[in-house]
Design a protein around this ligand. Structure first.
Ligand SMILES: Nc1nc2c(ncn2[C@@H]2O[C@H](COP(=O)(O)OP(=O)(O)O)[C@@H](O)[C@H]2O)c(=O)[nH]1
Ligand SMILES: [Mg+2]
Ligand SMILES: [Zn+2]
Length: 298
């Protein structure tokens, strides 16, 4: 039999088949690649132990198109990072780190700024400009509002597995609940998803793919408290490639190997000074660069 691991919990892997059956599996077999342990999102083959009890044993893992450590998940199609426009104010440094990590994995990232009802002044305009220039799709929503208009976001989420991340308090659970409404499956399923996700109180303890219906599949994650970029993720000399808005300038620096940090005749630094690259993005670049430099192996 074949299926996809949709949940991993206490040594059990829950495998969903194409016709929606769910098997509780162990992974006792020797896999072709001994170093691999199954992840949520893995496409696997498994032997059925009991058809009546729906139990099985995973025997092989198909090659992954990508895999993440935090959260531990494989074969995601895209990432969705959720922040609030305000309350809590978005930590752009954390956001930028997340974007760098996803860029390294070649995972396209959607940025969702929730609580747009709390926006003030140029909040939305500024965030939109900064992150559009960073090459991201940006959505502003009010997931907790009376009639949240999620049409365009839903369109972007359809027929994909999306890993969702974001600090607590920004409205991730609210968004999942809102997305789950109008689920085409039977009413019971809606209830079970809503109760599982909880109404704003849910804390994620394990990785699981939530099927919200209409082809929307979300992996909720426990947030990212310890997000770090390390030398396995990027060489500091390549870090600038994760900042697409630097691209028009990097070629114009005086030195080919310009670090873009306190360098002579640096076109990137000039662009920051001229307001053509946001200071926050440049600050993130600098902070991550210094981190990578400090971590250099001896
Ligand atoms: N003003 C406003 N508050 C929201 C919105 N969405 C969620 N909230 C509130 O933000 C708080 C945190 O929401 P929750 O979904 O638990 O966030 P999570 O920790 O990311 O899962 C709750 O009090 C929600 O009612 C929104 O669109 N606007
Ligand atoms: Mg939550
Ligand atoms: Zn430079």
């Amino acid at each position: 039999m074949e299926g996809k691991i949709v949940k991993a919990l206490s040594g059990f892997y829950y495998v969903r088949t194409a016709n929606k059956a769910l098997y509780e599996c162990k992974a006792k077999g020797a896999f072709r690649n001994e170093n691999i342990t199954p992840l949520v999102g893995d496409d696997v083959t498994f032997d059925v132990i009991s058809e009546f009890e729906k139990t099985g044993n995973v025997t092989d893992i198909k090659p992954r198109k990508n895999s993440l450590i935090r959260p531990a998940v494989a074969n995601v199609d895209q990432a969705m990072v959720v922040f609030a426009v305000r309350t809590p104010n978005p930590n752009l440094s954390t956001l930028d780190r997340f974007l760098v990590l996803m860029q390294k994995q070649n995972i396209e990232t959607i940025i969702v700024f929730n609580k747009k009802d709390l926006a003030k002044g140029d909040d939305i305009k500024n965030l939109r400009k900064t992150y559009k220039n960073a090459g991201c799709k940006v959505f502003f929503i009010a997931a907790g509002g009376d009639k949240p208009n999620l049409f365009f976001l839903k369109q972007k989420l359809r027929n994909k597995i999306t890993v969702m991340a974001g600090p607590s308090g920004v409205g991730k659970s609210t968004l999942l609940n809102t997305l789950a409404y109008g689920k085409s499956d039977e009413q019971a399923a809606v209830g079970s998803i809503s109760s599982k996700i909880g109404r704003g109180k849910h804390t994620t303890r394990h990785n699981e793919i939530f099927d919200l219906g209409k082809g929307i599949k979300i992996v909720d994650t426990p947030g990212f408290t310890s997000l770090l970029v390390d030398e396995n993720d990027f060489a500091k000399e390549e870090l600038y490639t994760a900042f697409p808005e630097f691209a028009p300038y990097v070629g114009q620096c005086k030195f080919k190997d310009c670090s873009h940090i306190k360098a002579r005749d640096c076109a990137v630094e000039k662009a920051v000074a001229d307001g053509n690259i946001p200071q926050t993005r440049y600050n993130s670049y600098k902070a991550i660069y210094e981190e990578l430099k400090a971590k250099k192996k001896y």
